[in-house]
Design a protein around this ligand. Sequence first.
Ligand SMILES: [Zn+2]
Length: 195
Amino acid sequence: MPTTPRCEHCDEPMPITARRHARFCKPACRAAAHRAARAIPAELTARPRWVRRTARKVPVTVGGDVASSTDPASWSTYRDAAKSTAGAGLGFVLNGDGVVCLDLDHCLDHEGAIAGWARNMLDAVNGSTWVEVSQGGDGLHVWGFGALPHGRRITVGGGSVELYGTGRYIAVTGRTFGGTPQRLGDLQHVIDSVV
Ligand SMILES: [Zn+2]
């Protein structure tokens, strides 16, 4: 069953007047998405490990076939993935090369205020790496480098953090959180403090 097409930027259903394969519901969303694309650090865009993803977070290839986070043949360059209109947005595959993502779920309220447990984690990160707001708008992805052979879910002070380093793809929005820098920093001390 086809799913309702959604705007790649704001995730709202596309207006019925939108042309087929349109990616954004209005010009403001297109402009915001282009700003977001420029915000993704080069450490990610330089790696040919990009997929598309559906609105339900199923990874797909740039051609729209099912992709796998363990099958490099289904990944693409950032350039090709960004140009593709398959699915509803971008994803980056973690393959154990040292790029990791800490997923801080449900830590932002609808005014953008951050929960205490997540604030403590960001204090530990100390502005050293890029942080983006997740697709739902209520979570954060802390991107960086570290050793993380297995995915972990950890409860910290009332919230939960998922730590991923391999065998998994992450939906990338490019919506930079606050004034975090456009580069990936070392997260090993943060990983060691919570694992
Ligand atoms: Zn939109």
